[in-house]
Design a protein. Sequence first.
Length: 87
Amino acid sequence: MVNEPVDMIMPMLREMRGEMREIRGEMRDMRGDMQEMKQQLDKLESGQKTIRQALQADTMMSRLVTGEFEDRIFELERKVEALIKDK
């Protein structure tokens, strides 16, 4: 009976070693999956940067165009006022 605990230790250690191998394999698989997810996120972020830049450029163009129209309207108003005064 004294040998029973010793006889149980080796099989338990072997079982634990097998489980650890399985866990390591699962972790390797997860690393690959995580790398793929990181690449996909990087692509999404790159696309978002492009969209943000396009929106900023569109906003700037709108401001430029609006500013030009405001200048033109101001000039037309001055000309109309000048014509009214001349009458």
